[in-house]
Design a protein around this ligand. Structure first.
Ligand code: 9MJ
Length: 673
């Protein structure tokens, strides 16, 4: 081989490897190498392409970083119109939908099957592949003409630039939704706030805004995800008749499809599917605004035809809106665990996404200023995912009188201490520290909360009484409480006092990650607590760690490192931790993490279900994670195995239907050994 041939071979190999790793990471959610190893491959390829310009290519994974800004988007004429969907809001409309279909098919007795999937709330796009290479991406536009956003689409890691295998149509179009996950949306807005840039009202706006930027280098920095839901034109290829099977085929080319996709018989089953997705709406990682049902048989689809801009063979059964308008009655200030004063909107009660809401966060004073929200305004309130309701904006058009902006009080509404604002920070804080009952109560509530020590029965009201009556003034006092003391509290019979005492005892058996999280160190959330636990494996090691070693932990930056160090610099905190451990708080040993890649279970994903003997599901999860595994809450084809305790429920059924291994407790113990 000549030197030039050798380089070409290496470039091709790197592209194949990077594409495979991209697919594993973004589509299968099952990475095989570390981020660092991936970066090394990508940098090597970038270097080779920079040194040998003749080897550059539009389908190279290096193209995902974005190109120089365009002046405008070209118009794309859709070869097959991009239709929208008819909506249903009630069961009756679903029944009518099926009846209409049967009328059209001239057969009331035919059993109809439907492909069902959650309706993503993002932006519809069309992707054209020629000889397996992405050659054009377009927005839906008016359905007939959209904008050419190819440069932007290339930056999405979940959009294949080159298809897998060889058995795909020579020229075809896939259609799907570009959207943003809840967690990515929160992080994006946080970053936007920090850099004084535009904060997006919701994930949909953020996705649409990011995909329609003239500078694709900015698009590349936005956390956009793609999910495929259908086909457009397809040339010279025999497709399956079933839409569901077509989706499996598309998946085999390397496209992500909905993990919740199902094929159902009859409209009643569809209504059941709608109800179960609605009940789980807040647990999904992304925003959905309903469920889409499509007649599964494509020949039947053709017979059903379409009206104006929507097919007769599909319907979106919509969920209650997550953004609604109501009146802002007043603004109060809530004092949090760290003393930060958060403006809270008192609202005229309104149903948002099916839940009554009368309070919502306004985040901070800068946000109120920026959004120009005034007391008495009609405002848009939003409640989505497990995020607390927030005021998104004021409807300024409807403002009639001269209304005033809310003002930050000079003194803490709880303890009267001075309120101050640190240079460069958005938050105003009460300077009272633990003499402020609000801060003390919040710290205890956080400690007892479900994701922290999970003390069943120690609710907010109880904590408030305990602090108000001077029974406790820190988490260090909790485990000293006696049944008799507890029974003296309002609405607390001896039986519930004894239940609470048992719950306190039970909570002592925990995980190191939960314990660290429960301490309420500023900006140490669950994920950071888990990283700290896995890295240091012992509370003493974290207490003694210096800034440098703290910063070597995944997702610990200088701010978090400083917060951790400051927390453990205080004698009072060390004392509380020591007392808690003396009182019996304990956790299973963790093997110290070296590198995720080198661990025995790295790259594997488990789902735990049912009751395990002598072990909570969290403890079992911590043991798996300590060996490098991922633990997920839902079963998919990518799940390595489901670990089933007693009374396992539907996850085992789902695993069996997908051919995923099911392990009992004994097999689980063997796995850990
Ligand atoms: C969404 N938004 O998730 C369709 N969609 O099909 C799904 N949208 C659609 N299908 C035809 N899953 C037109 C739009």
């Amino acid at each position: 081989m000549t030197a030039a041939e050798q380089i070409r071979t290496e470039v091709n190999q790197l592209r194949d490897d990077i594409n495979t790793h991209n697919h594993r990471y973004y589509v299968l959610d099952d990475p095989q190498i570390t981020d660092q190893a991936y970066d090394r491959l990508l940098r090597r390829l970038q270097q080779l392409e920079a040194d040998h310009s003749e080897l550059q290519s539009v389908d190279s994974p290096t193209q995902r970083v974005g190109a120089a800004p365009a002046t405008h988007f070209d118009t794309v004429e859709h070869e097959m119109p991009m239709l929208s969907l008819d909506n249903a809001f009630e069961d009756d409309e679903m029944l009518a939908f099926e009846k209409r279909l049967k009328d059209r098919l001239d057969n009331q007795d035919v059993g109809l099957s439907y492909t069902a999937e959650p309706k993503l709330d993002g932006l519809a796009v069309s992707l054209l592949y020629e000889q397996g290479i992405l050659t054009r991406a377009a927005t839906r536009g008016d359905g007939n003409r959209g904008e050419n956003i190819t440069a932007n689409a290339r930056t999405l890691s979940s959009i294949p630039l080159r298809l897998q295998g060889a058995n795909f149509p020579p020229r075809f179009e896939v259609r799907g939704e570009v959207y943003i996950m809840h967690a990515d949306f929160e992080a994006l807005n946080e970053q936007q706030r920090k850099s004084d840039a535009k904060v997006f009202a919701n994930p949909r706006n953020a996705a649409a805004g990011s995909l329609r930027l003239l500078d694709s280098r900015i698009t590349a920095s936005r956390p956009l995800t793609f999910c495929c839901y259908g086909l457009g034109i397809v040339e010279d290829y025999k497709l399956p008749i079933s839409h569901f099977e077509r989706m499996q085929l598309i998946q085999s080319f390397g496209f992500p499809i909905s993990p919740y996709i199902e094929c159902l018989s009859g409209i009643e089953a569809c209504i059941g599917y709608y109800q179960s997705i609605l009940a789980n709406r807040d647990n999904l990682a992304f925003e959905i605004d309903g469920v889409v049902f499509k007649l599964d048989d494509v020949e039947q689809q053709t017979m059903a035809g379409f009206v104006s801009r929507a097919p007769r063979w599909a319907i979106a059964y919509k969920f209650p809106a997550q953004e609604v308008m109501t009146k802002l009655l007043d603004v109060d200030f809530q004092v949090g665990r760290t003393g930060a004063l958060t403006p809270v909107a008192r609202l005229e009660p309104v149903s948002v996404g099916g839940v009554m809401v009368s309070n919502a966060t306004l985040h901070n004073m800068d946000e109120i200023q920026r959004k120009d929200i005034r007391i008495g305004d009609v405002v848009i309130v939003r409640r989505a995912g497990d995020v607390i309701p927030e005021v998104v904006s004021a409807v300024v058009d409807q403002r009639k009188e001269n209304l005033v902006l809310p003002q930050m009080p000079e003194h803490c509404p709880i303890c009267g201490s001075e309120v101050s604002r640190l240079e460069g920070q958005a938050a105003y804080r009460c300077s009272g520290g633990l003499i402020c009952a609000a801060q003390c109560k919040e710290a205890i509530k956080h400690f007892a909360s479900r994701k922290a020590m999970d003390i069943d029965g120690l609710g907010d009201k109880l904590v408030e009484q305990m602090v108000d009556q001077g029974m406790i003034d820190s988490i260090g006092d909790l485990y000293h409480l006696e049944i008799l003391q507890l029974a003296g509290l309002e609405r607390m019979a001896e039986k519930s006092a004894s239940n609470l005492k048992s719950a306190l005892d039970k909570s002592k058996s925990t995980t190191l990650a939960r314990f660290i999280y429960a301490l309420g160190i500023r900006e140490v959330g669950e994920t950071t607590a888990e990283s700290l636990a896995n890295h240091f494996a012992a509370i003493e090691a974290i207490q003694e760690a210096d800034i440098e070693s703290l910063q070597t932990v995944d997702d610990v930056g200088p701010v978090v490192a400083e917060n951790v160090r400051l927390f453990f610099q205080q004698e009072k905190n060390i004392d509380i931790v020591t007392r808690l451990i003396e009182q019996g708080i304990h956790w299973p040993d963790i093997e110290k993490a070296e590198s995720i890649q080198d661990q025995p279970l790295s790259g594997k994903t488990y789902v735990i279900t049912g009751t395990l003997e002598g072990l909570s599901r969290d403890q079992a999860a911590a043991m798996l994670k300590a060996k490098g595994a991922k633990v997920s809450s839902s079963v998919s084809a990518k799940t390595t195995a489901v670990i089933a305790g007693e009374k396992p429920g539907s996850k085992v059924t789902k695993a069996e239907s997908l051919g995923v291994t099911v392990l009992d407790q004994q097999a689980f113990q063997l796995l850990l050994e």
